[in-house]
Design a protein around this ligand. Structure first.
Ligand SMILES: Cc1cc2nc3c(=O)[nH]c(=O)nc-3n(C[C@H](O)[C@H](O)[C@H](O)COP(=O)(O)OP(=O)(O)OC[C@H]3O[C@@H](n4cnc5c(N)ncnc54)[C@H](O)[C@@H]3O)c2cc1C
Length: 491
């Protein structure tokens, strides 16, 4: 086979959320190319079985697959998610919401935070929540889909879903199999590698099956059976920035009236998620084993959630990323490529971007190394972007006095994050690049919520007197209030 030969067959190793998302997307996008796609998974090993909260980028993925929203929500027991409520991150009793929409009226765009900063510097104690329609809907348990008309206040809305990731994987499996993806059950026990190129040629299972392929997608979970065990891509460990290395997860019965947001609640050595689905509530406590034993962490979770409807499960992890997520003819997608705790619900998004990058850099059978180089560069950047956003939450926690939190407050930040904070503090500007996942409204919500204050605002606003700025803010606040009251409560 020459380097220019097309890819004829793909093997996906792993049938968790990452494996079936990849299978569904590749079978849809590559259908015209007639590429055979096979997926191998082991019932004996199973999947990680957590992962319930998403961010608004989930929409482009579901649209790529052509999913019907109502059908998808019913199949995955999904609820709407308008943002994340952070409880206690500035001390007990403190609470703020990171909404998925933007602040202000549609025309305000990135200038809106500057308007609030100007008012704050003038001594006015205004809450950002009053200027975010998405936050108001979340707080009042209301929902409406965002409007496409850019002049409508409803165009400032943003939303995602809470869903059962295992049901999502099962739902996507149906779509993938309907498009010809073949599933093979069995534990991969042997891996055949080309002595010359180092490419993976086949994987064999304990059932005696041998699956050969031109391209292998490693979706084997945290261990990274191909990318790490075999190809030794290397791991960049970020535990000095993100101390949490374990999580206890346990469901409780469904809420009668689920709120349309995730809760993230601080405890002595980490934080607890609470995610309301249609059929249950997902709970978990992400903790640092350097500051609390797993046994004590389990007790912390149980004391907070009461009687769980299933035994709590412990999951251990190391925060960080593979140094290379694409090596030779293997691309790692999902937990096999690295993991960052679910504080901002980014893992499923990172699966999507892995698939998106693979499709836009889709190789020939020779797997031109420059394509892998580009993939790995973007992947590194994406992971660092998420990492910085997470560290932001931990570092600025002035109201928390427990040892773990004090440690986080004094630990060095990544230089990229320190630079962004310095820029914001100096001039109120949120310095983003085109590729940044979290945009102005997210950074503003979390920086403000974590107690960071800017010392200045954009001088562009000085063209109008301060009183006019205050009048504008009051008009926005009134419009948000009136609009939210007209939107129906969630049934
Ligand atoms: C505590 C915690 C909370 C999380 N919460 C969220 C969240 O709220 N939002 C979010 O977006 N993400 C979250 N995630 C991440 C999310 O769970 C994962 O990104 C997602 O489930 C994808 O997992 P995966 O498919 O990569 O791996 P897994 O689910 O582990 O699947 C691995 C697959 O590989 C197969 N396999 C492994 N070895 C072999 C072998 N030798 N032979 C054959 N098959 C094999 C397994 O059988 C399985 O099918 C969370 C993760 C953790 C740890």
């Amino acid at each position: 086979m020459t380097d220019k030969a097309p890819i004829r067959s793909i093997v996906i190793l792993g049938g968790g959320t990452a494996g079936w998302m990849t299978a569904a997307a590749l079978s849809k996008a590559l259908q015209p190319n007639g590429i055979a796609i096979r997926l191998v998974e082991s019932d004996a090993i199973g999947t990680i079985g957590v992962g319930e909260a998403t961010i608004p980028t989930i929409h482009w993925f579901n649209q790529l697959l052509g999913l019907d929203e109502a059908e998808f929500m019913a199949a995955t027991k999904a609820t709407y998610k308008l943002g994340i409520e952070f409880q206690g991150w500035q001390g007990d009793g403190h609470n703020y919401l990171h909404p998925f929409g933007t602040y202000g009226s549609p025309g305000d765009a990135v200038m809106f935070p500057h308007r609030l900063i100007r008012a704050w510097l003038g001594g006015h104690d205004l809450s950002p929540e009053d200027y975010s329609l998405t936050t108001q809907l979340a707080r009042q348990r209301r929902f409406i889909s965002p409007a496409n008309d850019p002049r409508s206040l409803l165009s400032t809305l943003g939303y995602a879903y809470h869903f059962d990731a295992s049901l999502y994987a099962g739902y996507l499996r149906k779509h993938a199999e309907a498009r010809g993806v073949q599933r093979h059950e069995g534990k991969v026990t042997e891996i055949e590698q080309d002595g010359e190129t180092g490419f993976i040629r086949s994987v064999s299972t304990d059932k005696g099956e041998r699956l050969s392929g031109d391209l292998f997608i490693d979706c084997s979970g945290l261990r990274g059976l191909l990318i790490e065990d075999r190809l030794q891509a290397g791991f960049e460990d970020w535990s000095h920035w993100l101390l949490c290395d374990g999580a206890w997860a346990a469901p409780t019965p469904a809420d009668a009236e689920p709120v349309p947001f995730t809760r993230s609640i601080t405890h002595e050595a980490g934080w607890r998620w609470r995610i309301p689905l249609q059929h249950r509530v997902g709970n978990g406590y992400v903790f640092s084993s350097a500051f609390q034993t797993p046994e004590a962490a389990r007790e912390t979770l149980l004391a907070a959630i009461g009687e769980p409807s299933a035994e709590p499960r412990l999951i251990r992890f190391t925060p960080g990323r593979r140094k290379r997520a694409w090596v030779g003819n293997v691309v790692a997608i999902g937990l096999s490529s690295g993991f960052l705790e679910p504080l901002e619900s980014t893992s499923i998004h990172l699966i999507q971007t892995g698939i998106g990058k693979l499709l836009s850099l889709f190789p020939r059978a020779g797997c031109e190394p420059l394509l892998a180089e580009q993939y790995n560069r973007i992947f590194a950047r994406e992971m660092e972007d998420v990492r910085d956003f997470l560290v932001l939450h931990y570092h600025f926690t002035a109201g928390r006095s427990e040892p773990m939190w004090q440690h986080c407050q004094t630990a060095a930040m990544p230089e990229t994050l320190a630079y962004r904070i310095a820029q914001y503090e100096a001039s109120g500007r949120i310095m983003l690049t085109g590729e940044d996942l979290f945009r102005d409204a997210s950074w503003f919500a979390v920086m403000t919520g974590q107690g960071i204050r800017a010392r200045d605002y954009s001088p562009m606003l000085d063209a109008a007197p301060e009183a006019e700025n205050l009048r504008h803010l009051e008009a926005v606040r009134a419009a948000v209030r009136q609009s939210s009251e007209r939107i129906p409560r969630i049934a």
